[in-house]
Design a protein around this ligand. Structure first.
Ligand code: ZN
Length: 87
């Protein structure tokens, strides 16, 4: 008898050195992301929501691997978790 039990995917934890405001999302940024980072997903690395034109993006630099783009909500959420407040 085979019984399938669904196990939720675990959270993936990535250590970041810094996360800072970057650029407003536009066609140029989309092209740069696709061509230089070979990353076709035009959205936030953390919540997987697609960016809309003119939306502010944040750039995170992981300890390992290439830089990631975040939406503002995620950037603020992770900074609050870290207890940072430099505004
Ligand atoms: Zn996000």
């Amino acid at each position: 008898m085979r019984i399938v039990k669904h196990i939720p995917a675990r959270d993936v934890v990535t250590e970041f050195k810094v996360i800072a405001p970057f650029l407003a999302w536009d066609k140029m940024l989309r092209t740069a992301k696709e061509e230089y980072h070979r990353d076709k997903f035009p959205g936030c690395w953390r919540c997987r929501r697609e960016f809309v034109d003119g939306e502010m993006t944040w750039l995170g630099q992981p300890v390992r691997g290439g830089n990631k783009l975040f939406c503002e909500a995620c950037a603020r959420a992770v900074r609050e978790l870290e207890g940072e407040d430099d505004e």
